[in-house]
Design a binder for this molecule. Sequence first.
Ligand SMILES: NC(=O)c1ccc[n+]([C@@H]2O[C@H](COP(=O)([O-])OP(=O)(O)OC[C@H]3O[C@@H](n4cnc5c(N)ncnc54)[C@H](O)[C@@H]3O)[C@@H](O)[C@H]2O)c1
Length: 359
Amino acid sequence: MVDRKLRAGIVGLGVGKSHAKGYMSSLDAELVAICDMNVTRLNESGDAWRVENRYSDYAQMFVEADLDVVSICLPNALHAAVSIAALEAGIHVVCEKPMAQTVAEAQQMIAAAERNSVRLMVAYNYRYRSDSQWMRRVVQNGMLGDIYHASLTWRRETGIPGWGVFGSKAASGGGSLIDLGVHVLDLGLWMMNFPRPLTVSGSTRAVFGPQSKKTWGRHPGDVIEGGFDVEDGGIGFIRLETGATMVLEATWAEHTHPAEDGFGVELQGSKGTAVLRVNHYGSVDTLRLYTEIQDEPVTVTPGVRFNGPQGHEGLIVDLMRSLRYGEATGTTGDHGLAAVSILEALYTSAQEGREIPLV
Ligand SMILES: NC(=O)c1ccc[n+]([C@@H]2O[C@H](COP(=O)([O-])OP(=O)(O)OC[C@H]3O[C@@H](n4cnc5c(N)ncnc54)[C@H](O)[C@@H]3O)[C@@H](O)[C@H]2O)c1
């Protein structure tokens, strides 16, 4: 146990703002330093949160700020290098999703954490929703029986990120699958206790992005700076060692109901099917359980209460408590690697037009 609050820092102040909320409501940590190369963003955040230690160079922050833990909230291409720099400095890391762009990077990150006896955690914030936690307990308690299929989706009508470097393969490693798909892929794997994947098939497309259509935060006709060379939609088929299958589908843009933006995890089993369906990040009426009673079909509508901090706030609060008291954390580097392995194989499959074996 550490008999004081952990000293926390954040690199990257886009979604890093959500990490800040978690640190500021944690009883086990305090936010003592922040870093962003965008000085306006840095100072606005520093002023709002009253954080005096402000850096535009993360390496300097790792040396000077005496951190116990740091959140890495940078574009995907920087996750591995900056996480490894922090781990080598003896700092625990909470890395944003996807943990890395490639299996090789993820393995190097895990090795750096082990070498330096510090923790590597991944910001899987959707695990920290009361509905997804309830659904996981249903699965783990055997209420669905043997799961034979998982359908994992995140689909948007208009939602190609109009900020940052999400359209660049070099900076982000991919598009909708690595950005949105990784969340639901992780939820499915986590609920099912990380079954080993055997093969992956995938297909990707770029229908709207290359024309700068269906983007968020831009005027129609504005060109996506830096170009667009990733997918805006993709699908994967995964065979698991248990005999079960998974279908993963993620789109940033498609012609569907106007303003559609929702994710779903559907797990089908021999005793029942559980469905988590979240529209527009909401929390009302998100769960269904389909089963049978006395041989007749029954639909259960759980009324899960959303108590306590949720999402990023819940994630950071939980990870800080685990770190401070030396308990196991819920999101590990191995969990990050599991999703990255499937996504890397999916992209290879899409490129080569064949099924990729993973074992
Ligand atoms: N878990 C989630 O739900 C969620 C949501 C949004 C984004 N993300 C992830 O967070 C990461 C960042 O996404 P974002 O939306 O915050 O992007 P963003 O572009 O809004 O923010 C990234 C920030 O990093 C800063 N930055 C870039 N390079 C830097 C460097 N070398 N040194 C210091 N600062 C640097 C930029 O100035 C910018 O402020 C991505 O990996 C993304 O996948 C996760």
